[in-house]
Write a protein that binds this ligand. Structure first.
Ligand code: SAM
Length: 236
């Protein structure tokens, strides 16, 4: 679904018992949630970069994701993958920096790393599977530092879970409502898209999983559990 040959190559190089992941490929498993999520963020990323081939990309909480290699990134784009230092140690064993691709080992809540990034270009911020792990004050601070730094504006893409999730699961520390709360925090942000991560369930190539996700996408609780948000970052 992602046409991600880099990820396939990386998986071949990792000594990991992939049989452990088998249960995730069951119809009720989570792999298609993250695949559909990644695909939609790929589509939004590619569309932004087509409009702004001189952009700076901040790919926050990148983990081992290979988005920079699976997309056809315009030659004028500078791409920064950011994750905590211990994750970056692992990532650097699998991927190499290039002149316009850099990896930064830092918490996104640390203000220092942003100072390394050129600020005079449109910015695309992609935070996939990250913001629910941060407390709300850290999300607000991060977004404020980003909008303060990039006067030309750009876009912000991320996934969010409902506001009630931190009260019922220890994994998540913050949730999001209809997205307008970010606009209230920060007038430079304007929500332009808000969709269920399951929206494109019909693209799942395996029939049992496709049927299961058709049902999940019809039920409000599962449909709205992971939503994808796209914000315009207004120019200052
Ligand atoms: C669920 S994984 C998502 C990884 C990747 N974005 C993906 O979708 O495959 C969450 C990632 O966020 C990173 N992360 C969590 N807190 C972070 C922080 N404060 N600063 C930077 N990265 C963080 C974790 O190390 C992990 O790699």
């Amino acid at each position: 679904m992602l046409a991600d040959h880099t990820a396939a190559d990386v998986i071949d190089r990792i000594d990991y018992d992939l049989a452990r992941l088998r249960r995730y490929s069951q119809p009720w498993g989570g792999q298609f949630v993250v695949t559909l999520r990644a695909k939609k963020l790929d589509v939004w990323t590619a569309a932004f970069l087509a409009r702004h081939p001189d952009a700076v990309v901040l790919h926050l909480g990148c983990g081992l994701d290979s988005r920079v290699f699976r997309l056809d990134v315009p030659a004028g784009v500078d791409w920064y993958d950011v994750d905590v230092p211990e994750v970056m140690v692992g990532r650097r064993k699998l991927y190499e920096e290039q002149p316009r691709y850099r990896m930064i080992g830092s918490s996104v809540t640390d203000p220092g790393w942003l100072e390394e990034i050129p600020a005079d270009r449109p910015v695309l911020v992609v935070a996939e599977g990250l913001l629910p792990y941060l407390v709300e004050a850290d999300v607000r601070g991060l977004l404020q530092r980003i909008t303060d730094r990039f006067a030309r504006g750009g876009e912000l893409l991320f996934d969010g879970v409902p506001r009630w999730t931190p009260t019922v699961t220890r994994f998540f520390r913050s949730g999001i409502g209809d997205g307008s709360e970010l606009e209230a925090w920060n007038p430079r942000l304007r929500v332009v898209d808000r969709v269920s991560a399951l929206q494109e369930w019909a693209t799942i190539p395996l029939r049992p999983q496709r049927v299961a996700f058709r049902v999940f996408a019809a039920l409000p609780l599962s449909r709205d559990y992971v939503r994808l948000f796209r914000y315009e970052i207004r120019a200052a």
